[in-house]
Design a protein around this ligand. Structure first.
Ligand SMILES: [Zn+2]
Length: 268
């Protein structure tokens, strides 16, 4: 029996990581984020050891012994089953982001719909999304399991923690497995909200000033500062001029968010 909850943390015994991956696999399957044998999950065990889900197996039916350990070259070190055919994508992310210790990949229907439509989830319509993930871009299509897919993701991995993969699905990652999973859940939730606004035919975007405040909160969270409250209307809570309304183009907004994310990474 797998646990119903897992804890944050990247430093755990291998046995616990195995149990956590099976729990997250079941959540991904039960929430409909991966059908049949789709999806894959991994955790960094050490500098050259990645614990990963096997290929050709439902993520809702795995037991700890089904998992495979590979090195950073993709060679199997331990385990009976074959690793996920998407291991190249996982290795790219681990090599590019030393801060990342866990990765989740799935095909949650709404976010994957946006990916299939080539539409990024980058409009500032929800404050929590701006704080949690900034924006979610779409990587160009690459054949699954090939270097083409890794090449498509590479330019985006440094500046984002969740990426839509065109005509395919979603990949999210973070400091630990629970963070990576919650980012997958947040991405699908945001996609659903975005879809509802499309159905309603109206989206009210946060102003550039509001996005700036949220981006500042995001940077403080990421830097490990004391918990900070959500932005309020109190003008004294923010930097000079923060209450002033400004208008930004989408490109300016994206570069503002990207710059904030880059800045917060540099101080981690
Ligand atoms: Zn996939």
């Amino acid at each position: 029996m797998q646990p119903e909850s897992i804890s944050h943390g990247a430093v755990k015994r291998e046995e616990e990581h195995r149990s956590d991956i099976c729990a997250v696999g079941r959540w991904i399957h039960d929430r409909g984020y991966a059908a049949a044998t789709d999806g894959n999950i991994s955790v960094r065990l050490g500098p050259d050891r990645i614990l990963m889900t096997p290929t050709c197996m439902s993520k809702g039916m795995m037991t700890p012994d089904d998992l495979v350990i590979i090195d950073l070259e993709g060679r199997r070190i331990a385990g009976v089953r074959k690793p996920s055919s998407e291991f190249g994508m996982h290795l790219l992310i681990y090599r590019s982001r030393p801060d990342v210790n866990a990765i989740c990949h799935g095909h949650p229907p709404t976010a994957t719909g946006y990916a299939a439509a080539g539409i990024a989830l980058d409009k500032p319509i929800l404050c929590e999304l701006v704080i949690g993930l900034g924006s979610i871009p779409v990587a160009r299509y690459g054949t699954p399991g090939t270097a083409e897919l890794s090449a498509a993701l590479e330019p985006l991995v440094h500046s984002h923690d969740a990426i839509l993969m065109a005509n395919h699905g979603v990949v999210t990652y973070g400091l630990d497995l629970l963070t990576a999973f919650l980012r997958l859940e947040t991405t699908e939730h945001f996609a659903r909200v975005a879809l509802v606004t499309e159905l309603l035919g109206k989206q009210v975007l946060l102003s550039g000033g509001d996005v700036e405040k949220l981006t500042a909160v995001r940077a403080r969270y990421a830097a490990g500062a004391q918990p900070v409250p959500m932005p309020s209307d109190d003008p004294t809570s923010y930097a000079d001029g923060a209450t002033e309304r400004v208008t930004l183009t989408r490109r300016e907004l994206e570069s503002l968010i990207d710059e904030a994310v880059r800045r917060d990474r540099s101080i981690r």
